[in-house]
Write a protein that binds this ligand. Structure first.
Ligand SMILES: Cc1ncc(COP(=O)(O)OP(=O)(O)O)c(N)n1
Ligand SMILES: Cc1ncsc1CCOP(=O)(O)O
Ligand SMILES: [Mg+2]
Length: 221
């Protein structure tokens, strides 16, 4: 997939998280998000056994194919390959990106987290296909996420590098437009979707706002 096509497909990334799902199972949550237009489902479950992750991954693989969405597996590069996911996402404390790339091969998507310019430069050098940049705002979704970094890193990176940027951390339909206008290709959310009363409606609202922001002029040229 070329960069422009990937950037388009990264528009709205929904991370599953059973701790925020209010008792709804991961497949139910993902189906509702896909129904609302999520373009990526990231399987993220810090409590699951390897066997459970594989089962969830296989179910999500079938579901994401039916909705023409991407499936990314968080942390577990081996599980990503085992369930034939589109890719894997690794953070700064996870498997190093060059090793993840070796296991994923050249075709699967490799996403890498970056919270600083140095981390971003390293991830780009290591061949990340996209960067997960954040936490942009204060977040409830990751306890050890560290302080919010705001939109500056997004605008700096967008001005200098073609690698698609996915903003994460405290994103909502209210604050997503400014982040898209700063240069993010898409946004990634947990609580704004997974903890919503109506997951489909919350996803649809986010998608509509992101799409509108992508079409409006740059706030920070
Ligand atoms: C799109 C995206 N961006 C960042 C992250 C965070 O990854 P990481 O820093 O490894 O933290 P965990 O999600 O593993 O807790 C992500 N998952 N997705
Ligand atoms: C996984 C992750 N990485 C940085 S912030 C975050 C959590 C995002 O959760 P929310 O969208 O609820 O703020
Ligand atoms: Mg991780």
């Amino acid at each position: 997939m070329n960069r422009a096509a990937l950037a388009h497909r990264l528009t709205l990334h929904v991370l599953t998280d059973r701790e925020w799902s209010r008792g709804r199972d991961t497949v139910t949550v993902a189906r509702a998000a896909l129904e609302g237009g999520a373009t990526v489902i990231q399987l993220r479950d810090k409590l699951a056994s390897t066997r459970e992750l594989i089962e969830q991954g296989q179910a999500l693989r079938e579901l994401t194919r039916a909705y023409n969405a991407l499936l990314i597996v968080n942390d577990r590069v081996d599980v990503a390959v085992a369930v034939d996911a589109d890719g894997a996402h690794v953070g700064q404390d996870d498997m190093p990106a060059p090793l993840a790339r070796q296991i994923l091969g050249p075709q699967r998507i490799l996403g890498v987290s970056a919270g600083t310019l140095d981390e971003a430069l390293g991830a780009i050098k290591d061949g990340a296909d996209y960067l997960g940049v954040g936490p942009i705002f204060a977040t409830r979704g990751k306890l050890d996420a560290g302080p919010a970094i705001g939109a500056k890193l997004i605008s700096t990176l967008a001005a200098r590098f073609p690698t698609p940027l996915v903003a994460i951390g405290g994103l909502t339909a209210t604050n997503a437009p400014e982040i898209i206008r700063a240069g993010a290709a898409g946004i990634a959310v947990i609580t704004a979707v997974v903890a919503a009363d109506d997951i489909t409606a919350a996803t649809r609202e986010l998608l509509t706002t992101i799409q509108a922001a992508k079409q409006s002029p740059q706030a920070h040229p």
